[in-house]
Write a protein that binds this ligand. Structure first.
Ligand code: NAD
Length: 267
């Protein structure tokens, strides 16, 4: 028996990177998973690949997490496919480094839109479904799990809107936990440090373009010099914890963010 056998889980930002790994780890422990992403083709390809092994426990959906109607449609699709929604991961996220003094409204709105507003809409619409379906025998109606970051613990200079957006994820987790407890819904989050994904490859390139680093890999190297574990993470380093947060083992946790950063920020 896996830790999440037959739990219905929905993961956004699941066409690649951390989101994909979260979904695949859930499948490996028995869950039914909807892989959702703005990259519809990428999400469908991940679902197809996993369908070969997990059959009808896999589906996918197209969603822009900033669009409430699309978020509702994604949840409806998941419920129509699997019958209910037990666990919702609000994981889709973006970054676009800019020097602090150059940050403009477009940069702020883009990042805050996806990471902040997208998280809030995702929480609200998942909670609406969980409230409607009601509690199971164990008193739980569902779990909402948000992706924060080490950038939700420190403000770094070249990624100010990203840090603000991830601080927002922490406070949304706290606000949601307080409001939704009465419905049997827990809200938690996890905070990765430096994870080797396409997002980081892009960040590395962007930092060179704005003159904040000189050579490929420099930013990641400097950022991660303080990791107690002595290396950056890869997505599988994250998923032991995310499956725990999706499982019954974490039922008594709510309002908390779990750091998974190899020991970068000891807060
Ligand atoms: P990634 O860029 O590899 O994947 C992000 C996914 O989100 C992509 O598939 C993208 O298409 C999707 N996405 C972007 N905008 C979307 C939108 N509006 N609606 C739906 N989907 C959208 O990034 P990743 O490294 O896997 O990051 C996943 C999450 O983890 C993000 O929230 C990120 O901020 C967070 N995070 C990453 C790191 C890291 O080092 N990689 C560290 C801390 C936190």
């Amino acid at each position: 028996m896996g830790r999440v056998t037959d739990r219905v889980c929905l993961v956004t930002g699941a066409a690649r990177g951390i989101g994909r790994a979260i979904g695949e780890a859930l499948l490996a422990e028995g869950a039914k998973v909807c892989f959702a992403d703005i990259d519809e083709i990428g999400a469908a390809a991940v679902a197809d690949k996993n369908r070969a092994r997990y059959g009808d426990k896999v589906t996918s959906a197209a969603v822009d997490v900033t669009n409430r109607a699309q978020v509702r449609a994604m949840i409806e699709h998941t419920v129509q496919t699997f019958g209910r929604l037990d666990v919702k991961f609000n994981n889709a996220g973006v970054n676009k480094p800019m020097n602090f003094m150059d940050v403009d409204e477009a940069n702020w709105n883009f990042i805050m839109g996806v990471n902040g507003l997208g998280c809030m809409i995702g929480m609200q619409e998942a909670a609406r479904q969980m409230i409607a379906q009601g509690r199971t025998q164990d008193g739980m109606a569902g779990k909402i799990i948000n992706t924060a970051s080490i950038a939700s613990r420190q403000g770094y200079d070249n990624v100010a809107p990203y840090c603000a957006s991830k601080f927002a994820v922490v406070s949304l987790t706290q606000s949601g936990a307080r409001d939704l407890a009465k419905h049997g819904i827990t809200v938690t989050g996890f905070a990765p440090g430096v994870v080797q994904t396409e997002m980081w490859e892009q960040v590395d390139q962007d930092l060179m373009e704005i003159g904040a680093s000189e050579r490929p890999g420099q930013a990641m190297q400097e950022f991660s010099a303080s990791i107690l574990k002595g290396r950056v993470a890869s997505p599988p380093d994250i998923t032991g914890t995310t499956t725990f947060l999706a499982s019954k083992d974490s039922d008594y946790m709510t309002g908390q963010i779990v750091m998974i950063d190899g020991g970068m920020e000891l807060v």
